[in-house]
Design a protein around this ligand. Structure first.
Ligand SMILES: [Ca+2]
Ligand SMILES: [Ca+2]
Ligand SMILES: [Ca+2]
Length: 224
């Protein structure tokens, strides 16, 4: 809203021009409005991507937790002493076991054996590594120690967890990244990195704590 004089300057001194309010926008006002709209649109588009990423990450975390529960359910339901399933190493979703031991300590989640967790939100298989002493079908005891470690970086100066029976992993939106912390999660050894996401790290790592596993076996009457 602006004030505009609708009359020519007064011809006679002492008589001031009459002022009238005129409805409408000046170019400056239009520019300000457009600028604000552009700001708002920009502010909406970025969070939309962030929201979708957050939703996918949340879905993956939820599925990883369900897979972890399914591992415990698998162990509880064994006929003899409890043991964990082997990884799937040939892509058919069934665990790959050669005799009493796993063909490999690491592979994809045996989604068909467990009944869930075929692909993560980015259409890649969830990964799974298990300590051989926990996956041998001779079964584990309350004294069995895991051989996996979870650390906050690839140097692993401060392990978050040690003696872990099994680790579950989604490689996140960027897949197996080239960053050293992500490489640590794809190098087929006993160490994994779990940390807050950054521009070069988006892996999601979940592990099966020996205390939870043992507690559930005792509660189910399967151990000792
Ligand atoms: Ca298989
Ligand atoms: Ca990743
Ligand atoms: Ca590693």
């Amino acid at each position: 809203m602006i004030l505009v004089s609708t009359h020519k300057p007064a011809r006679f001194p002492g008589v001031s021009p009459r002022l009238t309010f005129v409805q409408g926008f000046t170019l400056t006002e239009m520019a300000i409005v457009l600028f604000i709209v552009a700001l708002l649109l920009g502010a909406m588009v970025l969070p939309l991507t962030a929201q979708m990423d957050a939703r996918d990450n949340g879905d993956a975390q939820k599925t990883l937790a369900e897979i972890r529960d399914a591992l415990i359910g698998y162990a509880v339901s064994r006929a003899g002493r409890p043991y964990l399933p082997c990884p799937d190493t040939d892509g058919d979703g069934a665990e790959d076991r050669a005799g009493s031991a796993c063909t490999n300590a690491e592979g994809d989640i045996p989604w068909n054996t467990l009944g869930l967790g075929r692909l993560d939100p980015w259409n890649r298989a969830y990964r799974y590594r298990v300590t051989p002493e926990f996956s041998n079908n001779t079964g584990f005891l309350l004294t069995t120690a895991g051989d996996l470690r979870v650390c906050t970086d690839n140097a692993c100066g401060t392990p978050v967890a040690t003696a872990i029976p099994a680790v579950l992993l989604s490689k996140g939106k960027n897949g197996a990244g080239a960053n050293a912390n992500e490489v640590e999660n794809s190098d087929d050894d006993n160490d994994f990195v779990s940390k807050d996401p950054d521009p070069n790290y988006d892996d999601l790592v979940l592990w099966l704590s020996p205390n939870i596993l043992f507690n559930r076996m005792v509660a189910a009457g399967r151990l000792p």
